[in-house]
Design a protein around this ligand. Structure first.
Ligand code: NAD
Ligand code: ZN
Length: 351
């Protein structure tokens, strides 16, 4: 096996990424080396490419990006017994410490010392990636390979949708980026009744329709809250799934929530968001939850079950497939909000 590999890396503070030759990672006794088959670009990768304020505070170049992927195990460390060479796998890229208060409580997804592979250390936009064996998720043969590459954002959607009652519930998804779109499909698969979706981008509204939303609204062109209240006999929705991080969408979501409903907030605002706590939370008796990452590993179990039962049709989400070298093309398309999930192939399209 060669000692070096192709990797898509952030080499220095500033805009852009570059294809580099990097050493194939050396693995420790409890690690697994995975040959990456398919990787997918996340909104976070776009932020790091563009070098926004968040990236400047978080990313320490040089680092290889990529945290959505699947591949085949190349080799395992000597202490690893549950994973073998040849296994088809994905991985939870949030690495928890195992000893902080939350980890001890079984709440590893909100570990105090969380590190993210592909952000804090070298990730999967490379021919090979090193993963702790405990974070490997073996994939059932029934799961299509391209679905294996988007389990990280799908897990965000599953975590949010299943964080409260869903069967027979009316739902509002605010923001139809990839995670909002997946949430629509997951909510429908889990028996929700009417799913409302709001989105300001026309391409994404069209995708929301394809993913199964019943009522798709453009809040920039009409009073979305009034429409939702009208369609729910003035009551509002049982569940708000906030997937935009946009302050206006968040405020409208709370206005459209029924008294006694739940607001599950996944979208990450870049500024503080004023809320009418008295009328929209306290007097409503609303339940408000922050959602971070995926539950380890309850969300993975639920997601696998939904996929194995073929309850989720995510095909409308997939856009182009490119070899890793064509990343510029892929990032440009995503920046324009034109594509859904673009898949990258570090070992070539047939590799
Ligand atoms: P995205 O940016 O692609 O999607 C957000 C969507 O919201 C866009 O389509 C945008 O057009 C839409 N939007 C903007 N303003 C709106 C408005 N006023 N009303 C309705 N829609 C509006 O992001 P994504 O990758 O789908 O992720 C969704 C959000 O979740 C982002 O904020 C992301 O940072 C966050 N996120 C959180 C976690 C977590 O663990 N909490 C994990 C991943 C992503
Ligand atoms: Zn911890």
């Amino acid at each position: 096996m060669a000692a070096t590999m192709k990797a898509l890396r952030k080499m220095r503070a500033g805009r852009g990424l570059s294809m580099e030759s990097a050493p194939v990672p050396a693995i420790g006794a409890a690690d697994v080396l995975v040959r990456v088959k398919t990787a997918s670009i996340c909104g976070t990768d776009l932020h790091i490419y563009g070098w926004d304020r968040w990236s400047q505070g978080r990313i320490k170049p040089p680092v290889t990006l990529g945290h959505e992927f699947c591949g085949v195990v190349e080799r395992v460390g000597e202490e690893v017994t549950a994973v073998s060479a040849g296994d088809f796998v994905s991985a939870e890229m949030h690495v928890n410490c195992g000893h902080c208060h939350q980890c001890r409580l079984g709440e590893a997804h909100i570990c105090q010392n969380l590190r993210i592979i592909g952000i804090d250390q070298d990730g999967a936009f490379a021919e090979f990636v090193k993963i702790p064996a405990s974070n490997i998720w073996k994939l059932d043969a029934a799961i299509p390979e391209h679905y294996g590459a988007i389990l990280d954002p799908l897990g965000n959607a599953v975590h949010t949708v299943l964080a409260g009652p869903i069967a027979g519930q009316t739902v509002l998804v605010t923001g139809c980026g990839p995670i909002g779109l997946m949430s629509i499909a997951v909510a429908k698969a889990c028996g929700s009744s009417t799913v409302f979706a709001t989105e300001t981008n026309g391409n994404r509204r069209a995708m929301a329709q394809k993913m199964g939303a019943d009522v798709v609204l453009n809040p920039a062109a009409e009073d979305a809250v009034a429409r939702i209240l009208a369609e729910t006999n003035g009551t509002g929705v049982d569940a708000l799934l906030e997937m935009s991080g946009n302050p206006t969408a968040i405020q409208q979501g709370f206005k459209a929530l029924r008294a006694g409903g739940r607001a599950s907030l996944l979208g990450i605002p870049t500024e503080n968001v004023p809320l009418d706590l008295v009328n929209d939370v306290i007097f409503k008796g609303a339940t408000v939850q922050g959602i971070y990452g995926r539950r380890m590993y309850g969300t993975w179990v639920q997601m696998t079950a939904l996929l194995k039962a073929r309850r989720l049709d995510l095909e409308p989400l997939f856009g182009e497939r490119e070899s890793l070298e064509k990343f510029e093309n892929a990032f440009a398309k995503l920046q324009g909000g034109l594509a859904g999930k673009i898949l990258l192939y570090p070992n070539g399209l047939s590799g």
